[in-house]
Design a protein around this ligand. Structure first.
Ligand code: ATP
Length: 469
């Protein structure tokens, strides 16, 4: 196993060859470069844990130029190797961010110690970062992606209620992100270190649901050869996600109601009452009021699970979100496949102009498909036409009530994402665009636009002045 990756930057081929042989035989992966610019391009594909850098490099052969570029090597340690052994230069190199300084001719024993220390430090830092990213709780609801007012409101609600223990019912059409919302609530809650247990109430056969949820004791039924914990026990201290709760059979609804009222249950066949501490988040695309009227869903259970209701809208009522969803999913695909994907402007417009009856799930699947056939990672309209020959690029109307006056094209032109900009710049641009949109919708009436944006009239005027709208 390699001890780490080292990039050696020196313009003397003989030294490069010798040092590289020596480091390789000591267990490191080594690449070499004769110039700083070449070294930087190697780093794009070779994630070195250490850079060994000569200070006097072509074309300038000026140590000051090399010193000024040290930060371009990123967070990895840089050890300066040079014939210029002056103390001044050494100190300057360290002040510019170098890890250490070794003078030629190099003592191999000293190099071995210094290299080992620097590589270990960097590998430990990388490990620590990975652990931190894994364990640090997320602080916002940005996993629920979108820029429409509705999506922003949902995100704000998630962030407000996640830290409480209130029960949540997420309703809305299939593929609109109900599970994303539920997982985000868990991730932002004080229970985030505990389990998020998902139960698909419609997918588990009715006669198995009780034992799946409550577990069973040995001998409870034929085949129950030993005690088995149920999903409720697994979710203890965490979050229980009851997906498609509208499909839960009535007899099971009665039993669930008892758990929610008492916080206790009996495993199937068991006499020992178990206590449970779970936060319940439920989701459904069914109309529960209609189901209650039809006698298919218990009203008392409805009020037990409802707590706070978050409602998701169909994607075609918030088509602005497509402009943010597509680049975000594209970025996720690039990360997963370790390849850069991009989308031509026309292709992005095509995505903005579809109706997406299957909502975000359909949009995401369509993007997955076209990316898989795109040449050189760039998705074009012709790739889309190959997979969706019947879906022409056409103008669509936004159908949300308050947006009826605006053509989708207008909105899409107004809401743009640019991943090259800083977050602050993008937030500012988004604010300007949303204010523009609200003013347009209300024919310039600032009071109505402010109400729509959830601002006071004075607050809106301040923003208009600040942004020079
Ligand atoms: N706003 C969103 N941000 C990020 N991803 C989303 C969003 N909405 C939906 N998705 C993605 O779309 C797919 C479907 O989402 P999800 O399963 O949460 O929908 P759902 O409403 O629970 O669907 P169903 O009712 O069919 O279970 C997932 O891949 C999810 O990651």
């Amino acid at each position: 196993m390699s001890l780490g990756k080292i990039l050696l930057v020196d313009d003397e081929p003989a030294f490069c060859e010798l040092a590289s042989l020596w480091l390789t035989s000591s267990g490191y992966d080594v690449m070499t470069a004769g110039q700083a610019s070449k070294a930087l391009s190697i780093l794009e594909s070779f994630d070195a844990d250490l850079v060994l850098l000569d200070l006097s490099l072509p074309p300038e052969f000026d140590p000051q130029v090399t010193l000024a570029n040290i930060r371009k090597f990123g967070a990895r340690p840089v050890i300066i190797i040079t014939g210029h052994a002056e103390r001044e230069l050494a100190l300057e190199a360290i002040s510019q961010g170098a890890w250490d300084f070794i003078a030629k001719p190099i003592d191999p024993d000293l190099l071995a110690v210094v290299v080992k220390r620097a590589v270990s430090k960097h590998l430990l830092e990388k490990e620590l970062m990975a652990v931190k990213q894994h364990i640090l709780p997320k602080k916002d609801a940005s996993d629920f992606i979108g820029c429409s007012l509705n999506t922003q409101q949902v995100r704000a609600l998630i962030e407000r209620i996640a830290p409480t223990d209130v029960r949540v019912l997420v309703t809305g059409p299939s593929g609109t992100g109900k599970e994303v919302i539920s997982r985000t609530i868990h991730a932002l809650s004080r229970r985030s270190d505990e389990a998020f247990v998902s139960v698909h109430c419609g997918a588990i056969p009715a006669d198995l649901l009780e034992s799946e949820l409550f577990g069973y004791t040995k001998g409870a039924f034929t085949g129950a050869e030993k005690d088995k914990q149920g999903l409720l026990a697994l979710a203890d201290r965490g979050t229980l996600f009851l997906d498609e709760i509208g499909e839960m059979p009535l007899p099971m609804q009665v039993k669930l109601l008892r758990v929610l009222q008492e916080g206790t249950y009996f495993p199937v066949g068991g006499r020992d009452e178990k206590s449970i501490d779970v936060r319940v988040v439920s989701a459904t695309n069914a109309d529960l009021s209609r189901k209650i009227s039809a006698g298919e869903f218990r009203e008392d259970l409805y009020y037990r699970i409802k707590g706070i209701n978050i409602e998701t809208k169909p994607l075609n009522e918030r088509l602005e979100d497509v402009s943010i969803l597509v680049p975000s999913f594209l970025q996720q695909l690039s990360n997963t496949h370790k390849q850069t994907y991009s989308l031509s402007k026309e292709a992005l417009n095509w995505f903005r102009q579809q109706h997406w009856p299957g909502n975000v799930r359909e949009l995401k699947n369509a993007l997955d498909s076209v990316v898989s056939i795109a040449r050189n990672g760039e998705v074009t309209l012709s790739d889309i036409a190959l997979l969706y020959p019947d879906r022409q690029t056409k103008k669509v109307e936004l159908i949300s009530e308050e947006s009826q006056a605006i053509k989708a094209d207008n909105v899409n032109e107004m809401i743009g994402v640019n991943l090259d900009q800083t977050l602050d710049e993008q937030v500012k641009n988004l604010e300007i665009q949303l204010i523009d949109m609200a003013l347009l919708l209300h024919q310039g009436n600032r009071s109505q636009a402010a109400r729509q944006l959830g601002l006071s009239r004075q607050g809106l005027i301040k923003k208009i002045e600040r942004y020079g709208i």
